[in-house]
Each structure stands twice: as structure tokens, then as C-alpha cells.
Ligand binder design. Sequence first.
Ligand code: F6R
Length: 640
Amino acid sequence: MCGIVGYVGNIASVNASGTGPHQALDVLMEGLRRLEYRGYDSAGVAVVAADGIAMRKKSGKLANLTAELAAHPLPEAMTGIGHTRWATHGGPTDKNAHPHVVDGGRLAVIHNGIIENYAPLKAELLAKGHRFISDTDTEVAAALLGEIYRSLPGDGGVEAGGSADGARLSEAMQLAAQRLEGAFTLLAAHAEHPGTVVAARRNSPLVVGLGDGENFLGSDVSGFIDYTRRAVELGQDQVVTITADTVTITDFYGAPAEGREYLVDWDAAAAEKGGYPSFMEKEIHDQPEAVAQTLLGRSDVDGRLTLDEMRIDADVLKTINKIIVLACGTSAYAGQVAKYAIEHWCRIPTEVELSHEFRYRDPIVDDKTLIVSLSQSGETMDTLMAVRYAREQGATTVAICNTNGSTIPRESDAVLYTHAGPEIAVASTKAFLAQITAAYLLGLYLAQLRGNLFQGQIKDILADLAKVPAKIAKVLANEQQVKDLARSMSETRSVLFLGRHVGFPVAMEGALKLKELAYIHAEGFAAGELKHGPIALIEEGQPVIVVVPSPRGRDSLHAKVVSNIQEVRARGAKTIVIAEEGDESVAEHAEHVFYIPETTPLLAPLLTTVPLQIFACELATAKGYDVDQPRNLAKSVTVE
Ligand code: F6R
């Protein structure tokens, strides 16, 4: 939530492609363009120019800020901060947009997160005579920072012949951060320190980008990926001060601290639409590659899992007697799919819990519990807090994550990265399939370690998994059929989704995609639950999309789901079916059938999900909605 970018360059700075020096505004706007998926209620920038801070901000999407800048250009500057907002405190208006400029226009501050103790701080500052313009907690933090800055003996900045490295601003930020409660990334630029940006972070994302004669800050690496792939991961409760040539990290008390430098394994081109009309369509089409990359290098020729990242003692993993998967939204549905496979392969009881419910119900967790968190962003606050809670109870934690340098992996005992590449569309698609793939690898690894499956069985499953990318490509090759149906249904007001076994979470994911993208009522049910209530919803013409299990699956589930289709159809439903190639028996009960290639039943979600994604994306497009930035949503949910 909220995209943040900071930049300091100097007149000699050049980027990897030899261009530069950069104007701060160009860097900030490019960064905000890439970070807009984190929030798009309003946007703003502030630069430290020769005669002080200059700022522009505007409610609405980034395009509004661009127009404002064209009408009222900013002066040249080499230092600046930029923000794209997802509103928490105060509506999405011009005055609530960031930056907030205080201290007689000398200090500009942007913020991501929620300052929980903003009310007493505001009262304290009001009593001292501060006047607030906005309804935000950010302005309170800014005023506090300004107050502390002024109280420090300080050097008065370069104009007064003082230090250019912003030591006084850094110290003020440390002291302010000590007083703030909640989650925050704060960035500040001050007129007295034209070559410095200072930031503090607690429970909220911030990454440093290392350039050549220029340095960057971003909520994530896409904020500066056009300029550098060298990044530094920061720790919890740290203050970082960047100048064009230095990066200084301390804790909130000024003690020196370190960050972990790493190289981002994708480039700016990977974060472009690549010829597709939307990031969502591109990412749906990235899925064969996302699954292939997630499988790559994780098993040897004999079919043995080689998860080098799983740096957890094998003896610990052998004594695990319970797995709890923690995740939210789409990631939680990936967890629900994985539960079926993990329990089947490893015979370890596996629960899937929404992260935000977990720690509030006194869960039973101990040193024999393995926590598997699933998070595309690695920053979801609910999941981070749940993982922390589980660690405190002695659990072992593994993160399945798509974002290198993010907080959840850093705070877990081990991480299994999904290699889906950057996911820019707010609603998740390729990360979902990559998460299922990685969770399956983890399940197979545990089964191998604990001897639950014979090596030959693992090898066979891996061989089937290896065929999945080509099968996804085959589903994608038939997308027009799904698109045509979606377009013909653009006036639909409600769609129900049914599935069973691994098809049940797929049905819920299909419904979530439709809600998020097309803003129409959609619900996913376990097909067996139908008779226990939801069938009352069926009336003439109600569309019902059914994920049909393979006829080769267990326990005659196929026949039961076909009966369910007949039951809803008999009551007037319009039935649309996703079925396995060769399953002719469903055709007579459905208005439309989309066939997916044959695969092992447990792997079917990697294929059946794809038509549902295309359906939601196309229906939303037909309604004229922005599928990349659905209303009210933000990509990385960094507040509880
Ligand atoms: C839905 C969607 C969200 C996320 C959820 C968790 O399309 O994208 O439901 O799955 O907010 O996010 P991560 O995986 O980043 O923890």
C-alpha cells in the first residue's frame, strides 16, 4: 500500500545505460509510474531545489499529477521524494495527498502505513500551537519530525556552512521514529539538506537502490529498476540516510546497522506490458514461464528434490506434527490447494488459516509446528504479524514468497522463492500458480525427507509437474473461446462458482477474481455444499461455473459433481463447465464447456484456474474497467 520513492543524485550521476545526470523529478515520476499499483488515490512529489522545497500533489491517478506538473512545472533539482497513496486516514483529496510540507515549507514528508498513536501526538502538537491542514496521521508525524529537528542543536545545513550529509535530519528522524507506534515508512527531505533524503521504517517496506553517483529509495525495487538492479534490504526499525554517494543505516537509536545487498534478478523490461493491453493479460500469459521458473533447478536427474534454500535442520522437519499455512486472499486459496497435496503426500495434518484471524484465536502452535506463509509481496502485514506470533510460540517458519528482499522471508527460518517475476497487476494471477507450484515442491520435499513417498513416486509427480507449463500454454492458446463467452456476459450481475476437492479453492479464486476485477457478485462454493443452502440462490438464467474433477480421479467425485451440475440446471441455471479433455459426459449438461489438458488430478488447479482468470479479466475489460488497478484495492496490503 502506498508507493514511495526517494532520490538523490549529483550533477555527475550516470545510470547503467550511460545516461544522466537525472533530474529528481524524472526519477520520481518514473518510479511512481511503476509503483502506482501500490495505491492510486492520489500522488505527489517534492523536490529540494535551489530556493527550497517545491511540491505538487493531486488526488486521483498519477495522470492527474502529471497534468498538474505540466501546468505548474517544478524547478530543477537533484533531490526529491514521491508518493502514490492508498488512503487510510482521511479521504483521497488533494489536501490529504502526500507529501505533507511543514516547518514553514522547509520539511517535506511522505509516509506508508498507519501511525497508531497519532491522536495523542496530535493533541500534544496542537497544544504547542501547531495547525494541521490535512486529516492524515502523516502530517502529525511530519510536524513531530519538524519539532524535533528544530529542537536539535544541529548545524543549520549547508547553507549555514554545516554538513551536507543531513546528520541533523537523520538524528531528528531517529528521535521521531522512537515516538511513533504502528507501521510506517517515512521519508523526509529538508530545504537545509539539499543532497539528502532520510527514511525510517518499522513494519513497512523500504528498499535502497545503489546507483553510480546517485542513490534511491523505494517501497520495492520497481521504484528504481530503470536505474539500478543493485538493492539493499533493510532490517526492522532502521533509519537510512542517502546522499548521492553514501548510504548510512542506523537503528532508531543511532547505532550503526547493516543492510543486505542483493542483485534484483529481473530488469525493467520484465515490469512492462510487453505488447499486452494490460499487465493482467501479460501476467496471465506469463504463467507457463512462472511455473517453469519456480520448478527450475529444484530437483536432480534422479527426481530428488534439492531445495538448497530450505536451511532448516532435517531432524526438525522430521519431527513436525502439524503444518499451518498462513496467507490472505488469493495466496490463501493457493494454500488451500496445497493442503490437499501436502496431506496426501506427507500425512501431516495441515491447516490453512487466514493470517488476520490466526493470532487472535489463541492457536495451538509449538516447536513441532511448521508454519508455511504464502505471500506474493512478502509484505502483507497480516501475514507478517501472524508469522511473528508463530515464531514467538516456537514454531519453525518457511516463507513462500515472490519478492526478494521483503520482510516476511527475512523474518522466517527459510524461504522458498517463487520465480514468477514482478507481478504488477493488483489482482494476483501468476503468483497464484507459482505459489501452488512452490508449495507442492515443499510438500514433496517433506515427503522425501520423512519417507512418506517412494523416490519413484516423487520422480513421477515431478515429471508431471514439468509438463504443466506446456499445458498452461495450451489452455492459453484457446483463450478466445473464454473471452467470447465473457464478452457475451458483460451484463451479468452474479456468477456462482462450484468446485470440489482441489477444485473448491479454484472456484473461490475464480469468484474472487470476478469480484475484484468486474465488481459483480460472485461466490465460490464446494459443490457438495450446494444442497445445504446455496442452491436456494439458483433461479432462471443464473450463471454457474463448475470446475469438474477429472473422471480419472478418486472416489467418484466426477460423477457427484456432474450430478450437482444437473441439479442446478434443473432449477434454471446456465451452466459453464471447465473439464478435462476427453470428458465428453459433461457436455450434455452444460451450455459451454472449456477443456483443459489431462493431468494428475492434484495438479489440475494449475490449469483450471487459467480460464477463470481470463474470464474475469475479459468481462471486466468488456465493462470498461481498469483490470490492473481495480477500485479500492492496492497490491501490497501493508496495514492491518
Ligand atoms: C487477489 C489478491 C490478494 C492477495 C492478498 C495477499 O487477487 O491479489 O487477495 O493475494 O492481498 O497478498 P500477498 O500474497 O502479497 O501476501
